[in-house]
Design a binder for this molecule. Structure first.
Ligand code: ZN
Ligand code: ZN
Length: 397
C-alpha cells in the first residue's frame, strides 16, 4: 500500500472518523463538554500536556520538541449551531436542533490530526500550543479563553486558524495581510414620547414618525460619513411599535447592526448613530436612548505570520492554488480577539462548489472531507517551518 511512506494519507481515515463522531454529537457554545472531553482524551493519548476548562469548555494541548524558544498557537473551534440538519448523511446530527453547520467538527478533527502527526514525528524545535476554543459562533469563547490567561500561561509569537470555505475552488488556500473578516457591532434604539389617539396626533409626540425618519437618516453613516471605498454596512433589522390601529404609541424600538473592516469604524458608528438619533429625537420632540454594543473586532492578519502561512500553503497545495487576492468577507469571527492579542494569520480552505442551503450555516451544509489531508499538510508544514527554523545564531566572543 502507498500509505506507509505517507503518514498524512495513512492518518486521514482516522481523522475522518473523528470528524463524523463529532458531527453526530454536536454541542452548542459553552456546552461542548463531550466534545472537549473527546479532544482532551485524544491529546493525552498522543502524549501532549493537556489543560482543560479555559474559558469554560476550552482545551489546550502543549507539544514541545527540542529546546527552541519559538512557540506558535493553532486554533480550532468546538461549537455547533442551533440548526436542524437536513443532509440525510449516515453520520448526521443525533441531536435535533443542533448541527455542525460551520465545519467546526472538521476543524477540530484536523487539528487533532496535526497534533498526532507532530507528536509521532516531532522534527521541529519549539512549542506548539493547540487551542480548542468554545463558543465561536455567538458569545466569544475566544475572548473568554484570553481572559482566563491563555497567552500568559501559554505564550506564543503568533496564532493561526483555518476555515473551510464552500464556494471557493477546492484545494485553494486563501489568506492575505490585513482584514479577512469583518467586525460586528449591534445596537438597540428606543424613541419615547407621549402617545395619542390616532385621530388627534397633535396631542402626542409620535415616536413612530421619529423612527421612520431615523431609518432613512442613519444610512448617512454609510453614504456620507466614510470613504466610499471602505466597507461598511449599517442595517436596521427589527422595528417594534404600537399595539393597535387607532393609537399612536408612546414608544418605538429598533434594532440594528454595523459590519466593517476598519476597527476605527466601531467608535465612529457609535458616535454617528447617537448624533443622528439625538437630532431626530430633538426634531420630533421625543427622547432617544441608544444601547450600542461592540461585538467581535475584525480579523486583521499580520504580515510576518501571513508570510509563514503562505509558505506552508504553497507546500500543502502548490503555489498555483494559493490566493492572496480575495476580498475580505463581511462575516465575523471570534478568532479576531486572538489575532489582535498576539498577531497571526487566518486562512480559508477552498471546499469546492456549494448549492443553495449548502453553504456555511445552511441546513444541508456538508463539510468536505476531501480537504482533510490538505489541512493536515498545511498545519504540519507550518509548524516545521516556523518552529523548525533555528533562531539567528549569536556570535559569541
Ligand atoms: Zn459559523
Ligand atoms: Zn465557523
Amino acid at each position: 500500500m502507498p500509505h506507509h511512506n505517507d503518514p498524512i494519507a495513512a492518518l486521514t481515515p482516522e481523522v475522518t472518523a473523528w470528524r463524523h463522531h463529532i458531527h453526530a454529537n454536536p454541542e452548542l457554545g459553552f456546552q461542548e463538554r463531550a466534545t472537549a472531553a473527546f479532544v482532551a482524551a485524544k491529546l493525552r493519548e498522543f502524549g501532549l500536556e493537556v489543560h482543560e476548562g479555559l474559558g469554560g469548555t476550552g482545551v489546550v494541548g502543549l507539544l514541545r520538541a527540542g529546546t527552541g524558544p519559538r512557540a506558535i498557537g493553532l486554533r480550532a473551534e468546538l461549537d455547533a449551531l442551533p440548526i436542524t440538519e437536513k443532509t440525510g448523511l449516515p453520520y448526521a446530527s443525533r441531536r435535533p436542533g443542533v448541527m455542525h453547520a460551520c465545519g467546526h467538527d472538521g476543524h477540530t478533527a484536523m487539528l487533532l490530526g496535526a497534533a498526532k502527526l507532530l507528536a509521532q514525528a516531532p522534527d521541529f524545535d519549539g512549542t506548539v500550543v493547540f487551542i480548542f476554543q468554545p463558543a465561536e459562533e455567538f458569545v466569544g469563547g475566544g475572548i473568554r479563553m484570553i481572559g482566563d490567561g491563555l497567552f500568559e500561561r501559554f505564550p506564543v509569537e503568533a496564532v493561526y486558524a483555518v476555515h473551510n470555505w464552500p464556494g471557493l475552488d477546492f484545494g485553494t488556500i486563501a489568506t492575505r495581510p490585513g482584514p479577512m473578516m469583518a467586525a460586528v457591532d449591534n445596537f438597540e434604539l428606543r424613541f419615547r414620547g407621549a402617545g395619542a389617539h390616532a385621530a388627534m396626533p397633535h396631542l402626542g409626540d409620535d415616536p413612530v414618525l421619529a423612527a421612520g425618519a431615523f431609518i432613512g437618516a442613519v444610512q448617512r453613516v454609510v453614504s456620507r460619513s466614510v470613504d466610499p471605498q471602505s466597507a461598511l454596512v449599517v442595517s436596521i433589522t427589527q422595528i417594534h411599535a404600537g399595539t393597535t390601529g387607532n393609537i399612536v404609541p408612546n414608544e418605538a424600538w429598533l434594532q440594528g447592526t454595523c459590519r466593517f473592516l476598519d476597527p476605527a469604524f466601531s467608535d465612529h458608528c457609535e458616535r454617528q448613530i447617537a448624533t443622528i438619533a439625538q437630532g431626530i429625537a430633538a426634531a420630533h420632540g421625543v427622547t432617544a436612548e441608544l444601547d450600542y454594543r461592540k461585538g467581535y473586532p475584525p480579523v486583521v492578519n499580520t504580515e510576518g505570520p501571513v508570510a509563514e502561512a503562505l509558505r506552508a500553503a504553497e507546500e500543502a497545495v502548490g503555489a498555483a492554488q494559493v490566493r492572496t487576492d480575495l476580498a475580505p468577507s463581511l462575516g465575523c469571527e471570534d478568532f479576531a480577539y486572538m489575532i489582535r492579542a498576539v498577531g497571526g494569520a487566518y486562512a480559508w480552505i477552498g471546499a469546492g462548489p456549494a448549492g443553495p442551503g449548502e453553504g456555511l450555516h445552511g441546513d444541508r451544509y456538508a463539510f468536505n472531507d476531501a480537504i482533510i489531508p490538505i489541512v493536515l499538510r498545511y498545519w504540519t508544514s507550518l509548524v516545521r517551518q516556523v518552529a523548525g527554523r533555528q533562531p539567528v545564531s549569536r556570535c559569541l566572543p
